[in-house]
Ligand binder design. Sequence first.
Ligand code: ZN
Length: 229
Amino acid sequence: MKLNYQIIYSKRKKLGITVERDRSIVVRAPLGFSEQQIQAVLENKKLWLYEKTHHVQKYADEIHPPGKELVSGESMLYLGRNYRLQVFEAEIESISFKQKFIIHKTNHTQANELFKTWYMAKAKQKISPRVELHAKNLGLRYNAVKIAELKYRWGSCTPNDNLIFNWRLIKAPMFVIDYIIVHELAHLIESNHSQYFWRIVKINAPEYEKAKVWLKEHGQLLEQNFGDL
Ligand SMILES: [Zn+2]
């Protein structure tokens, strides 16, 4: 496999390798690092880089679904279920959730941010224990779980065994979340999407095929924000 990459030299101490959104590889190197040294490091990370650059994207072409409306009666996804949104005149600092989402009108322009904060907190709370459970079943150790804004992926893992999950996943049903968790954990064992990889996934996320279909059909819904605020 021939790796194409771009080198950016700067006054840093360690070599940093990132795979950009367009899947190009960028190497950030300390001044004086030779191309041979860089090549040697990349050789070592070949499998990881291969996986990252060939990773299945959320979808080939990003089409933005229509925006949500910040009005009472709008529906908001959470763990695969639609909950109604209620826009109140009363003073409420943040989002509240009691079988429906409540937001105050003066929060209007921050609605996307407020929801993101709410979803991220829930993602952290719900996803971390699931990762722990699946890792235990797989007999795996990992470094840390992070919830982040990932533009083109639902999940990802780093060479130092950190697992990163897209906060928008918390809008999906748990069997979908479980599939993404198991998928990323399985990559700690096998970096390629080989038959062996899918066997690991299947044992630990028996509904993985259904989850893949769900993401294909509904994945875009997880992207929805309020438009025109
Ligand atoms: Zn993968």
